[in-house]
Design a protein around this ligand. Sequence first.
Ligand code: C2E
Ligand code: CA
Ligand code: CA
Length: 769
Amino acid sequence: MADARRSDTSTPTDQLPDEIYIAFVDGLLSDVVPVVLFSAIAVTFGEIAGAIAARQPILFYAAASQLLIAALRLYFVGRHARCVPSATVEIARKQERIFSFGALLSLLGLSLWTLLAFSVTDNSFAQFIGVSMTITYAFSLMSRSYAIFRGVNMQLVVAFVPLSVAMVVAGGWYPVGIVVGIVPLVLYMKGSSQRLRANFNEVIAAQQRAATLAARLDTALNNMSHGLCMLDGSGRLILMNDQALRIFGVGPDVALVGAHVNSILRGLVHGNIIAPSQHALLAHALLDGDAGADVMVPFETRDGRAFEVTIHRMKDEGSVVVIQDVTERRNAQLEINRMARFDAVTDLPNRRSFEDELARALRPNRDLVSGMTVMFLDLDDFKQVNDSLGHRTGDKLLTEIARRLRAIMGPRDLVARWGGDEFVILHHNGEGRPVTPAIARRIIEEVSRPVVIDGSEVVVGASIGSATAPDDGVTPDALLSNADIALYAAKADGRRGWRAFEKAMDTKIQVRRLIELELRAAVANDAIDVHFQPIVDVKTRRIVAFEALARWRHPVRGPVSPAEFIPIVEEIGLMEELGAGVLRRACAACASWPDDITVSVNLSPSQFRNGNIEKAIAEALQSADLAPKRLDIEITESTLLDNRRDVRGTLDALRSRGLRVSLDDFGTGYSSLSYLLSFPLDRIKIDRSFTIGLGIQERASILVESVAAMSRKLGMTVLIEGVETERQMRIIETLGTIAEVQGFLFSPPVPQSAVPVLLGRGSGKKAAA
Ligand code: C2E
Ligand code: CA
Ligand code: CA
């Protein structure tokens, strides 16, 4: 691994890396002018002195050549100086060759002068000065250019070959001794210059490696995603990467390296980057931690970024600090926490956070307990909005209601979505109950104001039940359940009302709850019976049809009237299910009767709301294999007035399939006659209350008479309900406008098993009557 890393930077012994070689040559040549000048002058003077001492003019002329060579060298050096640094290795190599060549030339001049001195004179001063200058010059050259191997060899040749020849020329044993003495000197020189060069190369290579390593480390540090700092043993910053600078919002021009960590942290507090509390936390972790173990300190900057600082303290050597940006992770966590506590549709706190908050508010040591009210709010008619206008509209409605509730409530109050169309409010009313009624009224008023959604107006109401601490309970469970009971009572009173919890409510509500539970089970188990009451033709007194009437046989309470349980079934939203069951049984029963007998089934307004009624009817007919013309549906005024659904369209569709439609309980509602009669109807069933007045109250007789006459004119059959006496029957017969009758005079509703008996008698009239 280490080898692989070094392979591209290690220097072959004979060759320096290009950039270092260039720097070396450029360096060698740039400050060479005084040296060249000084050595040329010194050598020239020495040679002239030798020439004068030997009285040899030839030595004098030869000395002049040194000046010529120096001039030439200075010319080239000057030329080189103009293009430093050298652009390429080739240029540097050429410059180096010119320079070495110049140096060699002057060395050669000097050694040749010495050889000449030995040849032309015996003057020992001239000879001595020649030899000593040659050796000195060779040494000085080598010491300057030890990086150039071949140069050194040539210098040795150039300096010592003429010198040796000069010794030989001198003759005798004495010069031979000098030559013998020079050989080790030359070898030593060569060896030492090689060693110097090798050392030099090694140092250069090591420096190069260190520089590469430092550059790589720098790149790595500044490109890592974490911030990194190093502190020395005394807590001073010795290293910090760019990322750390960015994290602390410090510009690269601010010199932090060398500063003590305490003063850096103080600077960050002054710069409003971290809070003073974070300062203490970080300083403690950085300076007082245990050696060896890693410490993780979370901290936040003032602009809301979150970081984790991991500090690794080394024994006596300071510490390494890694700073990781965890803002995104923190934000994601916050969002998850938020989602767990807030409702996504309304952005209100959800049930869980309400319960937590209520528990907190009710903690025994809180003196706030008195004057704290929990209000349950249930939207009236929300289900219809959702069913008929869609969930998107439902969501928008909830959002708007949430906004209104928040606007009404004070800053200390808590509004939450309990679920579905239920909201819950924790209201701090300070001094007891008096404020609650006013607030409840305001809430009901505000919620009942129309909401415009996508251009159309939607109206819902609200019912509220409240329970106040400590009278109605001091635990979250007690308050919530009592507020719920009060809500229940408010809804039972009729819509858009508010009720505060009262102790008496509790038992009433328990009973009602029980009934609800039992009813749910009864509907689910198809345990609601259907009884049949005959409808009799006035003229023939023969049974022409049966009305199907639901019956609940309660295990303890006995038979429960549909007048009592149908509204509860409606309220708990099971009417569709129950209605479909009655339809199915009625059709199945009718299919077993003679072909000319039909069946009437009562339908509630709620059965029309979801648009499933046509399908339910079709399925009932199909499974019983009953002709549609044998089924008569009974609807009431409230179904016709329910303008949320296209009731008229549904009725038209049913009639076009051959079914008949009757208007039940005629005369009990408030709508205008003309309005009712504008609907597509086949039969009118005049309510029992008018039958009672027949023959007793003139008004009743007149009304029945005129309505019957008018309905007949419009092509509708008229039936009168609740005929109990022969007297009533005779009056009806005299009127002549009423086609059908129904009542105890003929038969009460009977179980399906008793129907054949009634039919077998031929006349519907009760024998015992
Ligand atoms: P309704 O449709 O007006 O049914 C006639 C009611 O009058 C029946 O009461 C019947 O037993 C009663 N009745 C019939 N003849 C006489 C009589 O001569 N004298 C007196 N005093 N009463 C008579 P019931 O069965 O208690 O049903 C009450 C109401 O419950 C029905 O009034 C109807 O509105 C509703 N209901 C019954 N079954 C169903 C059902 O399956 N679906 C729906 N939606 N409503 C139903
Ligand atoms: Ca009826
Ligand atoms: Ca009726």
